[in-house]
Ligand binder design. Structure first.
Ligand SMILES: Cc1cc2nc3c(=O)[nH]c(=O)nc-3n(C[C@H](O)[C@H](O)[C@H](O)COP(=O)(O)O)c2cc1C
Length: 227
């Protein structure tokens, strides 16, 4: 069985899934483990929803209809600074270009690029999707940090069990549609979606793994600290 460190290293974003459900018992275990995340003063400010079956199909249909008719995404918060700092922008560009190259999508191939974007709006075909959020009426930067721990726990626990996931900001592009399909979410700020499932065997796209920076670009030993 994998160690926690092995799961951290092996996890990657999965964008093609087998046509099977993550069993209830594993979903329960993963959610329970994810809820052990730390949070400021143990506030546990996260809200987590799982959508599957007909409910997910109905949600996907509305999402795809919105995307196809050009409805402008209207997420409940802005994920990144605008503009991105130059070095972040160059990494984001490199990642996008590398993913398109990996999928054999050329610069001028607007149809394939749009099809690629569209895959986000049916959650890469996953049969189950988590949505993580918090209270729209009361949140701050730290709230997002706490919710991020839960999201990471979910991804790592799934990887540990041989399942995959893809964190998705695009999955919360249309909060009004999410509210229509997920009851009692009037006061929910949707933060991210997380399609989950068994990674498709021999999937080419699932082999994509963008590189990480050498740690000395973002990690410094201070004073007498060393490793
Ligand atoms: C909060 C969050 C939102 C993301 N949103 C999307 C998304 O909408 N679509 C997508 O294809 N990938 C999305 N990603 C995946 C990133 O592109 C991916 O994590 C990054 O390129 C590193 O690759 P890896 O996850 O395979 O290690 C998101 C990642 C995070 C953490």
């Amino acid at each position: 069985m994998k160690s926690a460190i092995e799961a951290m290293i092996s996890r990657r974003s999965i964008r093609e899934f087998e046509d099977e459900l993550v069993p209830d018992a594993i979903v329960r275990e993963v959610v329970q483990a994810a809820g052990c995340a730390p949070s400021s003063k143990n506030t546990q400010p996260w809200l987590l929803y799982l959508v599957q079956g007909n409910d997910l199909e109905a949600l996907k249909a509305d999402y795809l209809a919105a995307f196809d008719s050009g409805v402008k995404p209207n997420p409940g918060y802005r994920y990144s600074p605008d503009p991105l700092p130059t070095s972040w922008m160059s990494r984001a560009r490199a990642c996008g270009i590398a993913l398109f190259q990996h999928k054999g999508i050329g610069r001028e191939d607007t149809d394939k690029r749009r099809a690629h974007d569209r895959e986000n709006f049916h959650f890469f075909g996953a049969k189950q999707v988590f949505f993580i959020g918090t209270r729209a009426s009361a949140f701050s930067y730290g709230t997002f940090l706490d919710c991020g721990f839960v999201l990471d726990n979910l991804m790592l626990c799934l990887d540990f069990h041989g399942y995959g996931s893809c964190p998705q900001y695009s999955a919360v592009s249309y909060p009004d549609i999410l509210r229509k399909h997920i009851p009692a979410t009037e006061d929910t700020l949707f933060i991210a979606g997380l399609p989950i499932g068994r990674p498709k065997a021999d999937s080419h796209v699932n082999r994509f793994q963008p590189p990480r920076l050498p740690i000395d670009e973002w990690f410094k030993c201070v004073g007498s600290a060393k490793f």
